[in-house]
Design a protein around this ligand. Structure first.
Ligand SMILES: C[S@@+](CC[C@H](N)C(=O)[O-])C[C@H]1O[C@@H](n2cnc3c(N)ncnc32)[C@H](O)[C@@H]1O
Length: 379
């Protein structure tokens, strides 16, 4: 079986989580760098990586990497790669690009050169001069970084965050990939109580439930490479079948979501149902000021309103004061908050956060404040 290199790309700051996921899928020879985890695989692994990766944005097929300081070098280097092994005669291929700290700084020009080079390569393979481009989609990316060109083809199509369960979302909904990473960065395990008091469309809790039930996040969507003849339909069928069999049944978990907005509560319920975890989560309309916690141990993971996107500052103060009052003495609760508001720890005031992780919610720099609670005594 031909060995290929796949690259799981992700939001800055999530590399460690993605690396863990890639390893757990059984891949080896991993190479991690900013925003990406590279790993060795076989062609038949393309379905598995796409179906199962939870925190990665996309899975790219690495075509080649070489130094290019001139357009000639970019053209020749690109033309020499085996595009015909993947792109079909009727393939529709577009080129996207980026450039960072490189002599070839014009992304548009790089894209045009790469397209030309790929066309030349395919002309030689298929012995035709004109490509109809009405077949399967191949999105090529040329990423220039410090004068090194990385050429890839996107195997995923739309981003892996598009799991297909979100029918309703609030204006400040988290990406599913980020929500899953927040859960994986926490101490939550399926036998522990989990709440999100600002659940919005329910993303964090839905991702937690899917994780606990070993549900493949990509099972209910399609991927660009499903239409590629190079990845055998049997491989997709087998990977989907395996994923369906791996799923665990509902298991009476204690997962609760609250939101002040009853429309969001309704949206969460519908999204959870669509995701297949409707019976695992209880959603309820509740203002955080009315949140009453009587359990000594639990985990809170949330993404409160943070002024930039929602809410006004006075309202935010009230929210922080409520959280402070509720959790000040709850030493058995681990609290995880993702917010752009750097003042959060000053108001929440439960000692100092044990860890602060810098992440990005879209273009917005945010912090993931982690306060570790005492572990429950072993039964
Ligand atoms: C940033 S959004 C959460 C988005 C969510 N993580 C998702 O993926 O959809 C914040 C949510 O807090 C809710 N909210 C605002 N004030 C609240 C309050 N006082 N009590 C409870 N929820 C509140 C908003 O309705 C909004 O849905």
């Amino acid at each position: 079986m031909q060995e290929i290199t796949l690259i799981a790309i992700c939001t800055f700051g999530l590399e460690a989580v993605v690396k863990r996921e890639v390893k757990a899928l059984g891949f080896d020879r991993l190479k991690t760098s900013e925003g990406k985890v590279e790993f060795q695989a076989s062609v038949d692994d393309i379905p598995k990586a796409n179906l199962w990766l939870r925190s990665a944005d996309r899975v790219l097929l690495k075509m080649g990497e070489f130094r290019a300081m001139t357009f000639d070098e970019l053209f020749e280097g690109t033309k020499a790669l085996p595009w015909g092994d993947w792109i079909t005669e009727d393939g529709k291929f577009t080129v996207t690009g980026s450039s960072h700290k490189s002599t070839l700084g014009s992304v548009r020009a790089c894209q045009a050169i790469v397209k030309k080079a790929v066309v030349e390569n395919l002309k030689a393979k298929y012995h035709i001069d004109w490509f109809e481009e009405n077949g399967p989609e191949f999105t090529i990316k040329v990423a220039m970084r410090k004068d090194v060109a990385l050429l890839t083809i996107d195997t995923s199509g739309s981003g892996l965050n598009r799991r297909g369960y979100r029918i309703h979302s609030g204006e400040a909904a988290l990406k599913e990939t980020m929500a899953s990473a927040l859960v994986q960065l926490s101490f939550w395990r399926e036998d522990r109580l989990l709440i999100d008091p600002f659940c919005g469309s329910g993303t964090i809790l839905i991702e937690a439930a899917m994780l606990a039930r070993n549900m493949a996040p990509g099972l209910n969507r399609n991927f660009a490479s499903e239409d590629w003849p190079s990845v055998h339909p049997k491989a997709w069928k087998a990977a989907r079948r395996k994923a369906r069999l791996a799923e665990k049944p509902p298991r009476g978990m204690q997962i609760f979501g609250y939101d002040i907005d009853d429309e969001m509560v309704d949206a969460s319920q519908r999204n959870a149902k669509k995701a297949g975890v409707g019976d695992d989560i209880t959603f309820e309309q509740k203002d955080v000021k009315e949140l009453w916690i009587d359990k000594p141990y639990g985990i809170l993971i949330s993404n409160p309103p943070y002024g930039v996107k929602l809410g006004v500052f006075q309202e935010l103060n009230q929210i922080y004061i409520s959280l402070h009052k509720t959790f000040r003495k709850k030493k058995g609760w681990s609290i995880y908050m993702l917010t752009a508001d750097k003042k959060f720890p000053d108001y929440f005031k439960r000692a100092k956060p044990d860890r602060v992780r810098k992440l990005f919610n879209g273009p917005l720099e945010v912090n993931y404040y982690q306060y570790y609670g005492e572990r429950p005594p072993r039964e």
